[in-house]
Design a protein around this ligand. Structure first.
Ligand code: NAI
Ligand code: MG
Length: 481
């Protein structure tokens, strides 16, 4: 049993402004994937805890809704500056619990920007008016749902803490957030700062726990009116079903990808190689937007692939706390085994030409497959590791067909100096984001982010997220004479 100290790592549930153990005392262990030593025993929210958190959020809702945008914004500004003050602590905590290199830590800055933007943006919530019905002034109003829930993954937890909480609160909702069981600690540290920021009790609640228990209780809860989820397609389906079978809560889903990057012969090959390898390198390939299917024109394939492998292969594997490290271990044993099994299945249909299992802890080396069959599993499913396939193509039509031959549609990139081709191809690629001469993880904060096809529903960004947390009401006003 690991001793928990109040001053060290917070492991309790955050309900109604207070930290508390779970009602049944159940905990689960978070492990450091680099040392493979336990880091903390974290309380797992039971059904009763979920009920309590939702009830607290429901009770806090009317007063929070009725604050002016400026008054809600004061709290959001405070949490933004507290996160800034603790940025290094967040980076270290994420490094020891989920293996993310401190050199690559961006989660805090994403959260700070989200809280800062939405601290001001509440004023933009506006409806419309109409004189089109004789004798009436009809108006629409935009109103918060009430209790919002959010279920998030483990790859950028504190970033999601900001991206999900800030717009929901700015719109006047209250929220229950469930971090992933793989990486709950930075969200709990975030909750500690919410107390310091003086947030009214119940406005934000943070519940650690597993998906089939805590997550399922939230997605089928009758008092949760809107749920925003980021994670796997499989879980997204379950949440959508639970919503339909309970209270038809509005569900927003961001469900991953299998992003293609297309390299035409006239591209700046050096820049294309540098960016496309960074895309699968960052966070050890554990991002939904990673360009995991690269299509390079056969005439430049040799040159591009050599450049790519040189840079990708130079990744520095090591202790996530070491500032030199660029590639940490996979987040946990489950994910490590999962990536290994994708690699060994792929090896039956093709060959690893760089990397593979590092056979050292939960590390996977930067891994490249070349010329894989388009129908193979590794071309169709999300691996979530530093694993990429480089295939070749001859014609534009052919590569567009191949790039679009997937159920995912989150992100796609094209590298060419021909403006006509860039525009033509951008139009035809089936993806929520198309990047020209650049690639993921580029996600400008004011651009809508979300998926075509099975990559999800809804869009998130500074300019789009607020809408996800608002209902529209028509108010019909008859004018007396
Ligand atoms: P997951 O989808 O199971 O987990 C994401 C979140 O959903 C976690 O908070 C989890 O506790 C929760 N959850 C799981 N089952 C649930 C249920 N029945 N009801 C409600 N909530 C539930 O993803 P997991 O297992 O952590 O990773 C597996 C794969 O999913 C990865 O290898 C990757 O391919 C994909 N993934 C995609 C992400 C993205 O950013 N789109 C993020 C994380 C994972
Ligand atoms: Mg861990």
């Amino acid at each position: 049993m690991i001793e928990k100290s109040q001053d060290q790592i917070e492991t309790r549930l955050f309900i109604n402004g207070k930290f508390q153990p779970s009602s049944d005392g159940k905990t689960f262990t978070v492990t450091n994937p680099f040392t493979r030593e336990p880091v903390a025993n974290v309380f797992e929210a039971s059904d009763a805890d979920v009920d309590n958190a939702v009830a607290a959020a429901k009770a806090a809702f009317p007063a929070w809704r009725d604050l002016s945008p400026a008054d809600r914004g004061k709290y959001l500004h405070r949490i933004a500056s507290l996160i800034r003050e603790h940025e290094e602590e967040f980076a270290r905590l994420e490094a020891v619990s989920s293996g993310k290199p401190v050199s690559r830590y961006v989660d805090a800055s994403v959260a700070i920007d989200a809280f800062s933007y939405f601290a001001e943006a509440g004023w933009t919530v506006q409806g419309t008016s109409s004189w089109n019905t004789s004798g009436h002034l009809n108006i629409t109003s935009k109103e918060p749902y009430g209790v919002v829930a959010s279920i998030i993954p483990w790859n950028v937890p504190l970033a999601f803490f900001g991206i999900k909480i800030a717009p929901a609160l700015a719109a006047g909702n209250t929220i229950v957030l469930k971090p992933s069981e793989k990486a709950p600690l930075t969200c709990l540290l975030g909750a500690k700062l919410l107390v310091e920021a003086g947030f009214p009790p119940g406005v934000v609640n943070v519940l650690s726990g597993h998906g089939p228990t805590t997550g399922a209780a939230l997605s089928s809860h009758m008092d949760v009116r809107c749920l925003s989820f980021t994670g796997s397609l499989l879980t997204g389906r379950k949440i959508q079903t639970a919503a339909a079978q309970s209270n038809m809560k509005t569900v927003h889903l961001e469900l991953g990808g299998k992003a293609p990057a297309i390299i035409f012969p006239d591209a700046d090959l050096e820049a294309a190689a540098a960016q496309t390898q960074f895309s699968v390198h960052i966070f050890s390939g554990q991002t939904c937007i990673a360009n995991t299917r690269i299509y390079v024109h056969e005439s430049v394939a040799e040159k591009y692939t050599a450049l790519f492998k040189g840079m990708f292969g130079a990744a520095v594997l090591g202790d996530p706390l070491d500032k030199e490290t660029t590639l940490g271990p996979q987040v946990d044993k489950i994910q490590y085994e999962r990536v290994k099994s994708y690699i060994s299945t792929a090896e039956k249909e093709g060959a690893v030409t760089l990397g593979g299992d590092a056979k050292d802890g939960y590390f996977i080396k930067p891994t490249v497959f070349e010329n894989m069959p388009e129908k193979s599993q590794i071309m169709k499913e999300e691996v979530f590791g530093p694993v990429v396939v480089i295939n070749t193509f001859r014609t534009e039509d052919e590569v567009i067909r191949k790039a679009n031959d997937t159920e995912f549609g989150l992100y796609a990139s094209v590298f060419t100096k021909d403006i006509d081709r860039a525009v033509r191809v951008s139009k035809l690629l089936e993806a929520g984001t198309v990047a020209v001469n650049c690639t993921s993880p580029l996600m400008p904060k004011d651009m809508p982010f979300g998926g075509f096809k099975e990559s999800g529903t809804g869009r998130e960004s500074f300019l789009h997220s607020m809408e996800s947390y608002l209902e529209t009401k028509a108010v019909l006003i008859k004018i007396g004479s």
